[in-house]
Design a protein around this ligand. Structure first.
Ligand SMILES: Cc1cc2nc3c(=O)[nH]c(=O)nc-3n(C[C@H](O)[C@H](O)[C@H](O)COP(=O)(O)OP(=O)(O)OC[C@H]3O[C@@H](n4cnc5c(N)ncnc54)[C@H](O)[C@@H]3O)c2cc1C
Length: 428
């Protein structure tokens, strides 16, 4: 049996470099650019492109992918340790070529795209020459995708898409979108939809408005409300089989969820680090906040939550590497996804409280990070649905017992034990 909690020395060295590089080179970029995903912004490019080059030289580019796609093939466990560092930054994932939603969209294209589609979209996406959007949620249906009504109808050599989508993150920067649309309305519920790749400049693709979220400063929000009116794409822009949209979606959602969790570990760590700075510095009576036992409890609770969550994330990453099959870790990923927002909100909440009025102010990042917890409770599926998935798995194969009392009813167990050991008990 082998059981290890330390990265190999070579990777530990890389992580040490990443830690330093992110602190000194990436975090300052966060302070001055508008949006790391905006590949049309010359200031962003002047600052981020050289950093990406540096990352490539260090063999740390696109660590979520295998070598066949230009990644490193390090696996999810190593990626988890990397993402922990990147998670505290805005630009970090882009600098290291593993940002959402491009990472998941790349996985879909790699699995289901024709060679032509891969050349046209996947190659520049992997180089971060372009970015993409994933357009699934609709204004009237998010958690229940069988309520989606966006339609794709075949017309000769083309598919024609009509409908509206909601919260298509980064569609305003995207060169292409991956859109889920109903192709077979009369099929069984989970075989009605298909997935398409659609160039963003196709006639009929319209941003109704950019939807902004609290905590983000952009004037125009980066989670657009989309309208598709008679959008025509060639037949080969269908990804996977017709009617298999839900199966195709799973290709990206498993990875996307665990990657968010890895980055969330980074944000939680950073919050605790900042809390520690504060409590040893802020005077309280004859000592500091750190001397107060109620404050110490807040620190301890934060550390315990972080460690519990981090272990769950790392074990799930290990299982993904071990089984090499997302279907075998669906429940683990759901557990991680469901645990994530509470850990983040609890710890960031304590960081706000311990920073007092400064904590709540816009001069510290905590308000934004608290909102991030709500993002994490919704993006890639609401917490409740993931808890349902965990519970369903737990209940699988469980049969009701016969009779009035449960099998491990103490009286019955004692009776059974007394009967079994009667020959010994009767000696007295
Ligand atoms: C930051 C962010 C980025 C996103 N990016 C994208 C993107 O790029 N592309 C995309 O397509 N979508 C994206 N989304 C949308 C996301 O997938 C949806 O928000 C999510 O699926 C929930 O759908 P909804 O918002 O319509 O909420 P609803 O489905 O209306 O659900 C609202 C609430 O109802 C409760 N609820 C719903 N169903 C159940 C149930 N069965 N049992 C118990 N409670 C339930 C939950 O509390 C849930 O939060 C993003 C969301 C966020 C917050």
């Amino acid at each position: 049996m082998s059981w290890g909690f330390e990265p190999d020395p070579e990777y530990a060295e890389k992580l040490a470099w990443v830690e330093e590089f992110v602190r000194t080179e990436v975090e300052p970029v966060d302070r001055v650019i508008d949006h790391a995903w905006n590949v049309d912004d010359p200031v962003r490019n002047a600052l981020i492109r050289p950093l990406q080059e540096e990352v490539r030289k260090r063999d740390l580019w696109a660590c979520h992918l295998g070598p066949e796609l230009g990644g490193q093939g390090y696996g999810q466990l190593k990626l988890a340790l990397l993402n922990e560092v990147l998670g505290r930054t805005h630009s970090g994932p882009v600098v290291f070529g593993c940002q959402a939603p491009d990472s998941g969209n790349a996985e879909i294209l790699a699995h289901y795209g024709t060679p032509e589609l891969k050349e046209r979209y996947l190659t520049p996406l992997l180089e971060n020459e372009i970015v993409s959007s994933y357009s699934m949620t609709e204004p009237q249906g998010g958690s229940d995708p069988t309520a989606f009504v966006t339609r794709a109808v075949r017309d000769g050599d083309e598919w024609v898409i009509n409908g509206e989508k909601w919260f298509s993150s980064h569609a305003n920067f995207a060169s292409f979108l991956i859109i889920m649309a109903v192709t077979d309305p009369d099929a069984p519920r989970h075989q009605r939809a298909s997935m398409f790749v659609v160039p963003a400049d196709t006639p009929g693709v319209e941003i109704v408005r950019g939807v902004g979220v609290w905590g983000h400063e952009e004037e125009e929000g980066t989670h657009p409300y989309m309208r598709y009116t008679d959008v025509r794409v060639p037949l080969d822009h269908l990804l996977g089989e017709r009617g298999q949209g839900f199966a195709v979606a799973q290709t990206r959602l498993g990875g996307g969820r665990i990657h968010h969790a890895m980055r969330t570990v980074g944000l939680v760590k950073e919050s605790i680090d900042m809390m520690l700075d504060r409590v040893v510095s802020r005077r309280s009576g004859t000592g500091t906040l750190a001397d107060r036992q109620l404050v110490q409890e807040m620190l301890a609770d934060s550390w315990i939550q972080l460690e519990q969550f981090r272990l769950l994330v790392l074990q799930t990453a290990w299982k993904i590497d071990h089984y090499n099959d997302y279907r075998k870790v669906i429940t683990d990923i759901s557990a991680v996804k469901a645990a994530m927002p509470k850990v983040l909100l609890d710890v960031v909440g304590r960081a706000i409280q311990l920073h007092g009025s400064l904590g709540i102010s816009k001069e510290m990042p905590f308000g934004k990070w608290a909102m991030e917890a709500y993002h994490m409770a919704l993006a890639d599926g609401a917490t409740e649905l993931h808890k349902i998935q965990v519970a369903k798995q737990m209940l699988k194969g469980r049969e009701p017992y016969e009779g009035l009392f449960p099998p491990r009813h103490l009286l019955a167990l004692e009776q059974e034990a007394r009967e079994r050991f009667a020959h010994l008990l009767e000696v007295d």
